[in-house]
Write a protein that binds this ligand. Structure first.
Ligand SMILES: CC(C)(COP(=O)(O)OP(=O)(O)OC[C@H]1O[C@@H](n2cnc3c(N)ncnc32)[C@H](O)[C@@H]1OP(=O)(O)O)[C@@H](O)C(=O)NCCC(=O)NCCS
Length: 153
């Protein structure tokens, strides 16, 4: 299958949103997703429309195109003054996972980071997301466990 990677484009919004929702359902299960309110779902999605222009402009977001259809995306951005790029989310449509698309997206991000003198790429991964943990390890990331602290108001 012919898979190409290109920068995120204005016309990609609807497809990005579809893949975002599909991978959230895959992770949480259709039932759990269906029981959430719309605002709870919105909090989980990275493809909020109001943030799309910002992602378009930041220069570190890419899509994978397979047989003319956008099949995956990586949303990443530079953290100011750190020379670090943070992967906000990487997702491949469930029916096309395990075909190397995710690694191609990650490779494109690496190239862009090198061009921009970025020194590291980092990401936060839920410990129960074994597929993603394995994916990042295969991509060459060092995995370090952390404790998350949250103050609820
Ligand atoms: C994590 C994710 C992006 C990985 O994308 P992917 O396209 O499935 O990843 P790849 O195909 O590049 O690599 C995954 C596996 O496929 C294998 N693979 C690569 N090319 C292959 C091919 N041509 N044929 C068969 N397998 C292949 C890789 O070796 C790897 O195998 P492994 O399981 O032994 O490590 C994807 O699983 C996903 O969208 N998950 C849901 C969203 C998510 O959790 N995102 C991360 C948030 S932190």
């Amino acid at each position: 299958m012919n898979i190409s990677i290109r920068p995120l484009a204005y016309a990609d919004y609807a497809r990005i949103n579809t893949i975002d929702v599909a991978t959230q359902k895959q992770y949480l299960g259709d039932d759990a997703w269906g029981k959430m309110t719309e605002s709870e779902q919105q909090v989980r999605l990275v493809s909020r429309k109001k943030d799309f222009a910002w992602h378009l402009a930041c220069g570190f977001c890419f899509v994978a195109v397979a047989e003319s259809i956008v099949s995956g995306f990586i949303y990443a951005y530079e953290i100011p003054n750190t020379h670090k790029v943070y992967i906000e989310y990487i997702a491949v449509v469930p029916s096309m996972q395990k075909m190397g698309i995710g690694q191609k997206l990650f490779a494109a991000l690496r190239v862009q980071c090198r061009k921009n003198h970025i020194r590291s790429i980092w990401s936060l991964i839920n410990t129960d997301n074994t597929r993603s943990l394995k994916f990042h390890q295969r991509a060459g990331c060092v995995l370090r466990p952390r404790i998350e602290a949250e103050y609820l108001l």
